[in-house]
Design a protein around this ligand. Structure first.
Ligand SMILES: [Zn+2]
Length: 241
């Protein structure tokens, strides 16, 4: 294999490594989005539940108030029955009337608080349904993403092993170093020089001398002679035909 061929081989593995690394950055981000989507719906459900708990606590509290008022009326009636004077009797009646009025208000409040409950229940049911619907989908997508992460990690480890072999196969150390250095700035690193003498990386027309050197490399390759690095005059990418 010529130096150019081994470099193209190395670049092919590096292309796969780049894609896998990009994917491995993207997959956890996609998973986080799914989890966030579910937790938003979960928050809706929690709010609906706590609103319902508050409403039902309100009903209970009116109920307890009403019960206390009823007991008080009962006690006043008992005391009234043993009243000694007419005046005392009337004072009890007045108190009983006042508390009965309070009781009526409290009972009305309790009824109206009870009227609110079905709406809260139905909001919980809606939120629960939405949560259940989304949870199934989110769990499925997350499981698929986890599966793909594992797969991509295995493929990446494999590609990195392969890269070591491909890198060792580049017989010219100068070409290898040039490739590795340029890889941190340019991608792809080694590109074809078109028939009309244009760098396929940056699309700049090359001077005829560059085309001649690239063609010489082809001849040298065919003859088993060493090939030299021919770089684009603009972007520095290695050129080949
Ligand atoms: Zn170029």
């Amino acid at each position: 294999m010529t130096v150019v061929e081994t470099l193209i081989d190395l670049q092919e593995v590096d292309g796969r490594i780049r894609e896998l690394e990009h994917e491995l950055k993207d997959l956890p981000r996609r998973k986080a989005l799914e989890v966030a989507r579910l937790s938003a719906v979960n928050a809706e459900l929690s709010t609906a539940k706590s609103n319902q708990a508050f409403a039902s606590q309100r009903v209970k509290s009116f109920e307890a108030d009403a019960e206390a008022l009823r007991e008080k009326i009962q006690q006043l009636k008992l005391s009234q029955s043993s009243a000694q004077t007419n005046k005392e009797y009337q004072q009890y009646s007045l108190q009983i009337d006042l508390i009965s009025h309070d009781l009526e208000t409290t009972e009305n409040n309790q009824l109206s608080a009870m009227d609110d409950l079905p709406a809260h229940e139905s909001r919980i049911a809606d939120a629960q349904k939405k949560f259940d619907d989304i949870k199934g989908g989110v769990d499925e997508v997350c499981a698929e993403l986890d599966e793909r992460i594992k797969e991509a990690e295995a493929m990446l480890a494999e590609a990195k092993k392969e890269r070591e072999e491909k890198s060792a196969a580049v017989a010219d150390p100068r070409a290898r170093v040039y490739y590795e250095r340029l890889k941190t700035k340019r991608w792809p690193v080694i590109v074809p020089l078109t028939q009309s003498g244009v760098c396929d990386g940056c699309h700049l027309v090359q001077p005829p001398s560059v085309s001649q050197l690239v063609d010489l490399n082809v001849k040298n390759g065919e003859a088993g002679q060493p090939q030299r690095i021919v770089a684009c005059t603009m972007c520095g990418r290695m050129l080949y035909r």
